[in-house]
Design a protein around this ligand. Structure first.
Ligand SMILES: [Zn+2]
Length: 207
């Protein structure tokens, strides 16, 4: 199980306070892992891909995490080239493992972004990066048609609940339905893998 809260902001909190938060969270997760061995908990953060294509946390902090999800949460209206470059920069960052809700759509609320998806899929594949199928019912993102394209490009996918509370773990089924609508099979979804293979395929940096 991966815990990836939204990352604390270095800009508003300062470097030292963020390092302190990370240290405390690391200790808490370590305790959970020491107490039981039926579920391994990974420590990650979801970091913003900012409008200028940089990430919300500096690399030296990202390096301390088991994994990083990078996502766009602002400036959805940039032109095609800008938004493509922004996603590519995140994909090419060595500490990023997963691109979260890649199209940014919110059903009945916000249209998906429209980057050059072929460039995104190619870069994800060549850099061994994973695209998320977000199971939140208002996201279902990647959308099913893009799931199919991603698979054709040989891109690895992960289905995640993006749960903000324990009861939202039940959203997993919607992610699975969405993946099936995009003709995904077990082999395309890295969180169907056994533990050891998952750690390898997802490039988890075990501490
Ligand atoms: Zn997000």
């Amino acid at each position: 199980m991966g815990i990836s809260d939204h990352a604390p902001s270095v800009t508003s909190r300062g470097y030292r306070e963020v390092s302190e938060i990370i240290k405390k969270k690391r200790e808490a997760i370590q305790k959970i892992n020491e107490k039981q061995d039926s579920i391994k908990v990974f420590f990650g953060y979801e970091v913003n891909i900012l409008a200028d294509a940089t990430l919300g946390l500096p690399d030296e902090i990202l390096a301390e995490l088991d994994y990083v999800v990078a996502s766009i949460h602002t400036s959805f209206n940039q032109d095609r080239e800008q938004i493509t470059d922004r996603l590519l920069a995140a994909i090419e960052n060595p500490y990023v493992n997963i691109i979260g809700h890649p199209s940014g759509r919110l059903l009945n609320e916000r249209d998906p972004i429209d980057p050059a998806w072929d460039k995104i899929f190619l870069a994800a594949r060549d850099n061994g990066k994973i695209l998320e199928i977000n199971a939140q019912p208002d996201r279902l993102d990647l959308p099913d048609d893009l799931v199919k394209e991603a698979i054709q490009w040989g891109v690895k996918l992960v289905i995640s609940t993006d749960a903000h509370s324990v009861d939202q773990f039940s959203f997993m089924k919607y992610g699975i339905f969405n993946a099936r609508r995009g003709w995904a099979e077990n082999k395309n979804i890295i969180n169907t893998l056994p533990y050891g293979d998952f750690v390898k395929e997802a490039n988890i940096r075990l501490k």
